[in-house]
Design a binder for this molecule. Structure first.
Ligand SMILES: NC(=O)c1ccc[n+]([C@@H]2O[C@H](COP(=O)([O-])OP(=O)(O)OC[C@H]3O[C@@H](n4cnc5c(N)ncnc54)[C@H](OP(=O)(O)O)[C@@H]3O)[C@@H](O)[C@H]2O)c1
Length: 209
């Protein structure tokens, strides 16, 4: 993987794009208002970055991060993401996203909804349970005692491994939470959400959910 596409370039998308560039990746960033509104971010990110439409970010990324309010999920490009690894950072806030009956009833999880929208892609839930300021500042090299740990969930074990490897590269340990149906364990209103802890602490918090 050499290029990461971003659908959404706000607090989490912008922070992850900075980390990706710092670690040698090229990035294509996109938002809802068009590439011309991302000039400042691209300038800050430097030569490894360019802006595009959502379709261009989806088509241009070997790995694509979807990091938008949940209400925007229906507009996430489908064909351009077919066959790709997609990271889902999204959370469900009814006051922002409107009520989603299947989530309210506990019938599905946030990232299963994105997977349903992208049936030909391999969706991995990650980065949803860390505040963007911590994401930007808490990364440290592998082996550092007490290293901050992040969870991943996804239906394809190889996809989970690939995302875990990326997370490790940018500064965090990883706990594999299993398939997307287990992703609720680090959604909002569960112990792991926002928890600043290491592998042992995160493993315990996931089990407690
Ligand atoms: N903030 C955090 O600390 C944090 C932590 C973990 C997870 N999350 C979750 O991650 C997601 C993103 O959060 P955020 O804080 O980064 O949000 P944000 O700062 O509001 O940024 C959202 C981004 O999504 C873009 N966007 C909106 N609709 C779009 C569409 N239809 N197509 C393409 N791009 C679109 C926005 O573009 P425009 O500005 O042009 O509309 C903006 O770049 C949310 O689901 C949030 O709950 C947030």
């Amino acid at each position: 993987m050499t290029t990461i596409g971003f659908i959404g370039a706000g607090k989490i998308g912008g922070t992850l794009a900075r980390l990706a560039v710092e670690h040698g990746y090229d990035v294509v960033v996109s938002n809802s208002r068009g590439p011309e509104t991302l000039t400042d971010l691209v300038h800050e990110l430097g030569d490894r970055a360019r802006a595009g439409t959502s379709q261009e970010a989806a088509a241009g990324g070997d790995l694509v991060v979807v990091t938008v309010p949940m209400g925007a999920i229906p507009s996430v490009p489908v064909a351009e993401l077919a066959g790709k690894l997609v990271i889902d950072t999204n959370n469900y806030y009814p006051q922002r996203d409107g009520q989603i009956a299947a989530l309210d009833a506990g019938e599905t999880t946030v990232s299963q909804l994105l997977q349903d929208h992208l049936p030909e892609s391999s969706v991995v839930k990650a980065f949803n349970h860390i505040m963007y300021l911590n994401l930007g500042s808490k990364g440290v090299p592998a082996g550092t005692p007490g290293r901050y740990a992040l969870a991943v969930a996804g239906d394809d074990p190889d996809a989970r491994k690939a995302v875990a490897s990326f997370i490790d590269e940018i500064g965090f340990d990883v706990v594999d939470a299993g398939p997307l149906a287990e992703g609720y364990r680090f959604e909002k209103d569960h112990p792991a959400y926002g928890l600043e802890t290491d592998v042992a602490g995160l493993t315990a918090a996931l089990a407690e959910a």
